[in-house]
Design a protein around this ligand. Structure first.
Ligand code: NAD
Length: 387
């Protein structure tokens, strides 16, 4: 069976890549971009860095700086009203996954009627304004994916939107923008990338193109994440994490995420746990449950990341994989749902709802072991009982 691979047309990667904005816009024929970001990026001066490039080149642009973490249908509408107020022919999205996904949603909604909620999966959004993505976290890989995650303000569902229209035409992947990330953000977004790579590799939609990129990404993340957290100025570790995050995005966008992401989105939506952190809370236990569906592939991951020896049998490698993921969570001080402050009764009462939302996203169907709703409820219980 052949695989259908989608990538940005331009990837500029490395120190200073974000200073190539004007050249990138010219290559793409974008003359009037709308810059989409959040207040923190303005305050940090990252936004001014882009604006001075545009001003020097005499490129007229607009600015929307009210992106919120875990973008909502309301925040997308807010940005969309700014887009409709000008004559923009492209979007430049600067920030973490939240700002990039806001930019993506706005770019596709420019040509659609109604609200973004009407276009969640299984709908495929295949057109929109061109998007230039500039990530400032080493995590979501959104700069190279054909996905956006938007929370429905009314139902609180974290909706997955997919399609070629959401794939940036260009990504400026500049690790220097991640040097300011604090410990928790570095750890959580880094584990998000690790999940992307691991899930892409074991997914039922895995393919040789995504496999090789996923393996490279997971090994790089596992070897560098502790250093990037402990030494925020370590440029080598930051560079490795940023590249691996983009690779993780490419891997899962051309394969898929699986059960971890499927179960993670409802936790984020209901309990406002940052995306990478809810993935981290789930990673060891969901992996422990899923390995039975693809033992050879999971064991290969363990060996590739250096968690298990090449000479280890699959069974031993699988045990070491789960142990190493539990240890990683301890090393990075990942809180359990209880330690994060989630109320036990609320958690118990939301299990069916969360399982339903997880299944509706389609991601669990790609898991090596496909879960029923009852299995997912059991897994949420298990994750709580580790608290
Ligand atoms: P984020 O974008 O929500 O940012 C979290 C916070 O970190 C924000 O306050 C932001 O201002 C701040 N921040 C960003 N860059 C920083 C920097 N360099 N230094 C200091 N602070 C910085 O976090 P995220 O994890 O990058 O994105 C999460 C969102 O991305 C979620 O909504 C998730 O569902 C989505 N996501 C999307 C995809 C995709 O393919 N589209 C994939 C995975 C996750």
């Amino acid at each position: 069976m052949s695989a259908n691979i989608n990538l940005p047309r331009i990837l500029r990667v490395g120190a200073g890549a974000s200073r190539q904005l004007v050249a990138t816009l010219r290559e793409l024929g974008i003359h009037r971009p709308l810059l989409i970001t959040d207040a923190f990026m303005v305050q940090q001066g990252y936004c001014a860095g882009l604006e001075s490039q545009l001003n020097e080149a005499g490129i007229a642009y607009g600015l929307f700086d009210r992106c919120v973490p875990d973008p909502t249908t309301d925040s997308v509408d807010d940005a969309l009203s700014v887009l409709h107020g000008g004559d923009f022919d492209g979007v430049v999205a600067l920030g973490g996954g939240s700002s990039m996904d806001t930019g993506k949603a706005v770019a596709v909604m420019a040509e659609l009627t109604g609200g973004i909620g009407e276009y969640k999966v299984p709908y495929q959004i295949d057109s929109g304004l061109p998007i230039v993505a500039i990530p400032t976290t080493a995590g979501t890989g959104s700069e190279a994916t054909r996905a956006a995650v938007i929370t429905d303000t009314k139902s609180q569902e974290k909706m997955l939107c997919m399609g070629l229209g959401l794939m940036p035409v260009a990504a400026l992947v500049d690790y220097e923008l991640t040097l300011s990330m604090p410990y928790r953000l570095t750890a959580d977004t880094g584990i998000d990338s690790l999940c992307h790579a691991l899930e892409a590799y074991v997914s039922r939609k895995a393919n040789p193109f995504a496999d090789s990129i996923a393996l490279t990404a997971m090994s790089s993340i596992y070897r560098n994440i502790r250093t990037a957290c402990a030494e925020p100025d370590n440029r080598e570790a930051r560079e490795a994490m940023m590249l691996a995050a983009t690779q993780g995005g490419i891997a899962f966008s051309n394969s898929s995420v699986t059960l971890i992401h499927g179960m993670s989105r409802p936790i984020g939506a209901l309990y406002h746990v940052p995306h990478g952190l809810s993935n981290a809370m789930l990673l060891p236990e969901i992996t422990a449950w899923s390995v039975a569906g693809a033992p050879e592939r999971y064991a290969h991951c363990a060996r590739h990341m250096g968690m298990a020896a090449v000479s280890d049998t699959d069974t031993i490698a699988l045990g070491k994989l789960v142990d190493a993921l539990r240890q990683l969570n301890r090393d990075l001080a990942v809180p359990t749902p209880r330690e994060y402050g989630i109320d036990e009764t609320a958690w118990s009462e939301s299990l069916e709802l969360m399982a339903g939302q997880a299944l509706a996203s389609g991601s669990p169907d790609n898991n090596p072991l496909v879960p029923s709703a009852a299995d997912i409820v059991g897994l949420y219980r298990r994750v709580w009982s580790q608290s």
